[in-house]
Ligand binder design. Structure first.
Ligand SMILES: [Zn+2]
Length: 1122
């Protein structure tokens, strides 16, 4: 452990102490009764009303204050909240009386507190946990949001939180229920994940007010929720919506933060109030009882940051319990109060064996009153949402490289830092964008620092792979660039540079790479030394004008990289013309140079040489020469221009032959019948007029300036109104891409009609958005990429783009600063209008995984009254939204979470950015008015548009893969090669393949170091259930340099062996449907779900993975020569 970075040394030592302690706790003075889990619950009598008093605190991992401000209780002028005092105080009070109970939820805070405690306190906490007096519920790093969060990050943050609990306390700390009491709506995928983690139940605080009203009336607050139709029974989980969100009964908040009356039991006091207080409490619990099916009620005693003075609570709760039970005994009320936990409540409900209603959809969108649809936060803070998604991409890469690179174990420190910050980002006020501005900045700071620290893993791995020796002095800096601003000092300032790309998915990916450069001529070389086709494209003005951009790059060098599964690949780039000094402005202020980097990270064992001795003139500046917009009109000559070289890796000659065959076929226009995303095809042999006839249906007006973007898969017809058609070999789809904006309502929020649109709430003023007028700002055509560019005067710009060889259409957009001179907040959306006949139905993904059918102005389980026809039809889109008819499915893949809908027939709408001038009065107390460099924040992002035949299984698989690739995009690093000549570079290992290509249908969801000789492995089946959807994989065949010796299966979050889990079964009112999506609005004809077919059996390392299943293993392994 001596090589641990110095600046982290003290914390590391602290952690070591903790680990050491957990195995050295003396067990001699443990009290007589040592039972945790359900065994520790108070025994209930189902013949009386059991009132479960559950003391709890809700500690947001950042919201109005930062994580640290909340922990320490600083800035109490913003909010009186200090988590350290809560835990200090609660532990002390629990210790006083074995009857008392407490639950804790957010492992991020618990861990901050735990590492700072004395042995004595830790000892007491251990005892409390072992005796079930302190129970963990939820137990993830934070209480994650369920709309914007991605399933991969949810699984990761559960794994991380539960691992800490498990390592510290063992099985007694294992949470048994999910506790999602504050997130603003609930996803079906989350229910499925929780079931797969082995949880027995899930409690929710916020559900739609109309839904809640109906459920209370029909005693349907508690239900059996099926998380995934393909997974069936194994994804079922008991779900209870809480009666009063997570608050105490009115008048019974005994916190320093509350003003409620204490229970005064001195009969001589003029303020004696026991009788009246007990009566009103009993009245409340009886009302609650009337809305539920069993003789148990759960009373949440706590709230936001409550229990800083736990004695106040326990003193009063002790009295409440004592006097109520006394009165009950005296009057024969058959009511019994006792300290309890959600686990114990759930167990009591289970033991009374109720018949439950079922649920197969989700709890989105969430409305708390007729004008408060919490659908704005699906898009709020779009740049934070993008950064979070990038954080996940980095985390997956670094976990994989730590294993594949066979790197030193001490890297786990920086990896854990990144896991923690990603766990924090999942919190329901972080990724949601519903925090104060200074908190948002703090989240970004935390994640950025964690990414930067953890990148040492990538740099070590890349160096070790390239030089085949970890200890050789690194040749390259592997700099991280701001590609979303088309900015990269290293490529801008180097005459020769190396592009190193990591592909985090387990199959071959063809990825367009855009490298910001100065004007000039460049050559790009693949690892085998061959020059490959590239194209220089000027950077659009709206990108150059992004206020935070500090770059002199005028162009992007674009080429297509063929990336291997979990592979590292490098390309060498030379600038041909002599570098003109005028362009060189040294702007390394954000990134530091290579010397600083290695100095900071390696000063124990790396000798630093100056790698920066190319004499860049820092003084000499000359004004930049304005560049004309590239306008190459020549049609692409596919035979001549197609980028064949991309496939010519050292050992890929088979592919070259294949490609040459395809080119030949393309040239001779061989008709190919079956169309699929995998097979390149030709257009029907029609001239443009005929194509237009095909396309038209009398809608297209012939225009003199019409033009096409085209590749081997599609033609995109454009005229002076923009894009009009997408023409495929077998069909044509009308397509219009149009930016609009909504104007936000504003008012004083004193009643529902005075509600403002804000960080949480979307509330537009009109029912039709304002269409922005597009102005064509250029067309680009070249051998790699073709673009149509357009701008609006409202500060939004689009680049509509296709790449040769890639079967999707890209919309790259820059939005902002959103103008507010008129003092009106605005929400910018894009609409993709098509002629698809979707009958008001559309599909949105659930956390990036399963798709759920949505129907305009409807909800599946209750009759909807909709006062907000726009906001009330918005749903979270984590990765994908689609509409379809018999022949065509249009899917939009997003690069971050956004809100989306289909408000008009054939149309998909996605919200891109929001700038609002009023608070919506749900606590933030600030308007969502993001500013950078003194101007409204500018965001840049992209959508991929796919047009497939929904009945074509190959298309559907390819679409799934592209969704995963869009979430886990290849990660690009740029290194100066001014001191590494081409021949030296050629001798390096520039093409590393981490795994064999996985079979279609399987995704390597997790590969991470677990213990010294084991790793954590998750394999996901992403196909829908069919007769042949179970896929086999031999884990001994997957990796090239990792030999899997043995595996043992765990639950999804890797804190229990699968064999130890016993799934509860419940009686249900009605059988589940085979498919919610088929059943919604088609109730009569869909069969009931069948019992699951028998488990497929594994054969040692040959495992079977069923449709939609994720299987998790801890695998013993060793490194081998690849
Ligand atoms: Zn909260």
């Amino acid at each position: 452990m001596m090589l641990i970075l110095k600046r982290n040394m003290s914390v590391t030592l602290l952690l070591l102490c903790v680990v050491g302690l957990s195995s050295s706790i003396p067990l001699n003075d443990v009290s007589s009764r040592e039972e945790c889990g359900y065994e520790s619950c108070t025994k209930v009598n189902q013949d009386e009303l059991n009132v479960h008093i559950v003391p709890h605190t809700h500690d947001d991992v950042g919201w109005l204050k930062t994580v640290d401000q909340y922990y320490y209780g600083s800035r109490n002028n913003i909010q009186k909240a200090g988590v350290q005092y809560i835990l200090d105080s609660v532990i002390k009070e629990l210790w006083q009386d074995p009857k008392r109970r407490f639950i804790y939820v957010e492992t991020a805070f618990f861990w901050m507190w735990w590492v700072r405690q004395s042995d004595d306190v830790r000892h007491k906490v251990h005892t409390l946990v072992r005796q079930g007096r302190l129970q963990f519920v939820g137990g993830a790093w934070s209480m994650n949001d369920e709309a914007a969060s991605h399933y991969q990050s949810t699984i990761d943050q559960f794994t991380w939180g539960l691992k800490k609990l498990n390592e510290t306390f063992g099985p007694c700390a294992m949470p048994r229920v999910g506790w999602q009491i504050d997130p603003f709506g609930h996803s079906r995928e989350f229910a499925s994940l929780l079931a797969a983690m082995g949880y027995d139940g899930l409690f929710l605080g916020r559900i739609d007010y109309q839904d809640k009203r109906a459920r209370l009336k029909q005693k349907r607050m508690e239900m059996l929720w099926r998380g995934d139709d393909d997974l069936g029974k194994s994804s079922d989980i008991f779900t209870g919506a809480l009666y009063n969100t997570y608050s105490p009964p009115p008048g019974f908040c005994f916190d320093v933060l509350c003003d409620d009356e204490p229970i005064i039991d001195d009969p001589n006091s003029p303020m004696f109030n026991v009788e009246t207080r007990i009566d009103s409490f009993i009245k409340y619990v009886l009302e609650q009882r009337n809305n539920f099916r069993t003789n148990n009620v759960i009373i949440t005693m706590g709230g936001d940051f409550t229990y800083q003075d736990a004695l106040m609570w326990y003193k009063n709760l002790d009295k409440l319990i004592e006097y109520t039970n006394m009165k009950s005994a005296k009057d024969g009320l058959k009511i019994k109060l006792f300290y309890s936990t959600p686990d114990c409540y759930l167990k009591a409900v289970k033991d009374s064996d109720p018949t439950l209603p079922t649920k197969q959809d989700d709890f989105f969108p969430y409305a708390s009153d007729p004008t408060a649809y919490w659908t704005g936060y699906f898009t709020s803070r779009p740049t934070t949402k993008f950064f979070e998604r990038q954080g996940n991409d980095y985390l997956q890469m670094l976990k994989q490289l730590q294993v594949l690179g066979g790197l030193e174990e001490h890297n786990s420190f920086v990896l854990n830092e990144l896991k923690s910050s990603m766990g924090v980002m999942q919190h329901h006020d972080a990724i949601t964008g519903t925090e104060k501005q200074h908190v948002a900045h703090d989240y970004e700071r935390l994640l950025d620092a964690a990414v930067e620290d953890a990148l040492i893993i990538a740099r070590q791995a890349f160096n070790k792979i390239a030089q085949r020796d970890a200890l050789k002095q690194p040749l390259f800096g592997y700099d991280r660039c701001r590609f979303n601003e088309s900015s990269c000092p290293t490529s801008e300032n180097s005459r020769r540079f190396v592009v190193t790309i990591y592909n985090p998915v387990g199959w071959i990916v063809m990825e367009p790479i855009h490298v910001p450069v100065l004007d000039g001529a460049y050559e790009v070389y693949a690892p085998n030394g061959e020059k490959i086709t590239s194209q220089l494209v000027d950077i659009p003005e709206p990108v150059k004008n992004i206020p935070t951009r500090k770059s002199k790059a005028s162009h992007e060098l674009v080429f297509i990289a063929k990336l291997h599964p979990l592979g590292v690949k490098s390309f060498y780039v030379k600038k041909l013309s002599k570098i003109s000094r005028r362009d060189v402005v040294y702007t390394n202020e954000y990134y530091g140079n290579i010397n600083d980097y290695w100095k900071n990270l390696h000063d124990n064992f790396v000798e630093i040489h100056s790698l920066n001795d190319t004499n860049v003139d820092h003084e000499f500046k000359q004004e930049q020469i304005p560049l004309p917009i590239a306008k190459v009109d020549a049609k692409v000559n596919i035979e001549k221009d197609i980028n064949a070289d991309i496939l010519k890796d050292k050992d890929d000659n088979v592919d070259v032959e294949e490609l040459e065959r395809i080119i030949k076929e393309t040239k001779t226009e061989t008709a190919v019948k079956a169309r699929s995303l995998d097979k390149k095809l030709n257009y029907p042999n029609l001239n443009e007029e005929e194509l237009r006839m095909l396309a038209d249906e009398a809608m297209v007006v012939e225009r003199a300036d019409e033009d096409y973007l085209e590749n081997e898969y599609m033609k995109i017809r454009i005229d002076n109104t923009g894009v009009t058609h997408m023409i495929l070999p077998d069909r044509t789809t009308n397509l219009k891409v149009q930016l609009h904006y909504w104007t936000g309502c504003y008012g004083n929020n004193t009643n529902t009609h005075e509600r403002s649109s804000g960080a949480y709430i979307f509330r537009p003023q009109t029912t039709v958005p304002y269409a922005m007028t597009y102005r064509n700002s250029g067309t680009v055509k070249g051998p790699i990429v073709q673009e149509y560019r357009a701008e609006t005067k409202e500060n939004a710009a689009s680049v509509l783009r296709i790449y040769n060889g890639l079967n999707y259409f890209v919309h790259d957009f820059v939005v902002g600063p959103i103008p507010i001179e008129d003092k009106v907040g605005k929400e910018y959306v894009v609409r993709y209008d098509t002629n698809v006949v979707n009958n008001g139905e559309f599909y949105t993904d659930s956390n990036g995984r399963q798709m759920l059918k949505r129907k305009l102005n409807e909800r599946p389980q209750w009759n909807l009254t909709l006062e907000e026809p726009i906001a009330g039809n918005y749903y979270p889109v984590t990765n994908k939204i689609s509409i379809q008819d018999e022949q065509t499915r249009i899917s939009i893949l997003t690069d971050r979470s956004e809100g989306g809908s289909s408000l008009e027939e054939g149309s998909i709408e996605l919200m891109l950015h929001r700038r609002l001038l009023h608070d919506d009065a749900f606590g933030v107390g600030e308007a969502l008015d993001e500013v950078a460099e003194g101007k409204g924040l500018v965001m840049r992002g992209h959508h991929k548009l796919l047009n497939i035949n929904p009945k074509n299984a190959i298309d559907v698989i390819a679409e799934r893969k592209l969704v995963i690739q869009t979430n886990l995009q290849p990660i690009v690093f740029i290194s100066s090669a001014d001191n590494v000549d081409f021949d030296t570079w050629m001798k390096l290992d520039n093409c590393f393949k981490g795994t064999k290509e996985l079979p279609d249908g399987l995704h390597l969801l997790t590969l991470e170091p677990w213990t010294r000789d084991s790793l954590l492995l998750r394999i996901e089946n992403y196909v829908d259930k069919s007769n042949n959807s179970t896929i086999e994989i031999d884990l001994s065949e997957v990796f090239n340099n990792v030999k899997i010796i043995s595996i043992k299966e765990t639950t999804l979050a890797a804190n229990r062996w699968v064999e130890d889990v016993e799934k509860w079964t419940w009686k249900v009112e009605n059988e589940f449907s085979e498919s919610f999506n088929l059943e919604y609005n088609n109730f009569d004809s869909v069969p009931r779900a069948r019992a699951d077919a028998g488990e497929a059996t594994d054969d040692r390392l040959k495992i079977q993975i069923k449709a939609k299943q994720i299987r998790t293993f801890i695998a013993k392994y060793k490194m081998v020569e690849s």
